[in-house]
Design a protein around this ligand. Structure first.
Ligand code: AQP
Length: 334
């Protein structure tokens, strides 16, 4: 069976971009793959926080959101990244095979370090190597992600290939990126050229998965549009990124094409479209929110799921790690 590895950073409240770019795809794929869904808390440390209790809270919240969105905790392996030391160990070994030129090309580092130069540290710079370790440790064949992670997966593929060639052995499977759906890069509601992001200081830039219906209505009402009417066609929107984004979100939530959205609303002003978009979003997100709120009351249940996930992930990862340790020449004492 093919195997999926993917994850979310517990860096704050998950948003509609995380849902449409990742979670929704995972829920659809879980029947056909063996799945490991990680909560990537070590990656979250690239945004250092002086409130460590919040990272622990967000880690449990992400687990609850995975389950609330429809991931089956009985059949999928759900675990925090830091519970498996193999991620960090494999990262070190892979680091010793990563040319700096590859890391210098990574656009996420360039963007994040430009936005916050005081956090431009080694952790953020080497993030793609840890991500490669996350994937390769479990011999994942497929990695469903949003478009923003494509470059990192390409680097993981390059790294796996060059490592295999160096040691003359197929130590790692070469993973395939799976970037699926209409909304592979959901943009900020305030600026259609910027990705919707948990760490954007502007709360109104994103729809949180646990936002209340009133908040969702308000955020869409205030979402940036322009003075022109709703477009009749989707392919003429290069200069209207905010409009393009809202249409894409509607299409992804309704499972219709963006052109169909233009047929439905073309020529009108934006108020009825924004109201319909808010209603549709609430229809999709409110059941998720209700389930999340119930799960949040039961941290013992969530911890039990994560412990079981830890055991299962450990077993799969150990095999790869032992083979890699052996290949690179580390002494095996046990
Ligand atoms: N705006 C987005 N549109 C589509 N997909 C997205 N993803 C993230 N943002 C969008 C996908 O969600 C998964 C989990 O992402 P992440 O939380 O691990 O990290 P990120 O990509 O850095 O997301 P954020 O929200 O921007 O987090 P912060 O602000 O903490 O850095 C990934 O599959 C990602 O592609």
């Amino acid at each position: 069976m093919k195997r999926i590895l993917s994850g979310v950073q517990p860096t704050g409240n998950m948003h509609l971009g995380n849902y449409l770019g990742a979670l929704k795809q995972w829920v659809q794929m879980q029947q056909d793959y063996e799945c490991l869904f990680c909560i990537v808390d070590l990656h979250a440390l690239t945004i250092p926080s002086s409130q460590p209790h919040l990272l622990r809270k967000h880690t449990l919240d992400v687990a609850a959101l995975y389950i609330a969105a429809g991931l089956n905790p009985e059949t999928n392996i759900i675990f925090p990244q830091s519970a498996i030391p193999g991620h960090s160990e494999l990262m070190w070994i892979l680091s010793c095979h990563t040319p700096l030129g590859w890391l210098n090309r990574m656009t996420q580092f360039k963007e994040k370090s430009k936005n916050n130069s005081s956090h431009a540290d080694l952790g953020l710079y080497s993030y793609p190597v840890l991500m490669a370790a996350d994937i390769l440790l479990y011999q994942a064949t497929d990695v469903p992600v949003g478009d923003d992670q494509k470059q990192h997966i390409e680097m993981a593929r390059d790294l796996a290939g060059s490592f295999n060639r160096f040691y003359g052995k197929d130590l790692f499977k070469i993973p395939e990126p799976r970037i699926i759906g209409h909304a592979t890069r959901v943009m900020s509601l305030k600026d259609g050229t910027k990705k919707m992001s948990k760490s954007d200081p502007a709360e109104g830039s994103r729809i949180g998965l646990i936002d209340s219906p009133d908040v969702i209505f308000e955020k869409f009402k205030k979402a940036k549009t322009d003075a022109f009417p709703f477009p009749e066609a989707f392919d003429s929107l290069q200069d209207r990124p905010e409009i393009r984004n809202l249409i894409t979100i509607y299409a992804a939530l309704a499972d219709i094409t963006p052109s169909k959205v233009c047929e439905l609303f073309g020529g009108q002003n934006f108020a009825p479209f924004k109201a319909a978009l808010a209603e549709l979003t609430i229809e999709v997100l409110d059941p998720l929110r209700q389930k999340f709120l119930a799960l949040q009351q039961n941290p013992d249940y969530l911890t039990k799921i994560l412990k079981k996930g830890q055991e299962d992930a450990l077993e799969i990862g150990e095999k790869t790690l032992k083979e890699v340790q052996e290949a690179v020449g580390l002494l095996q004492l046990l």
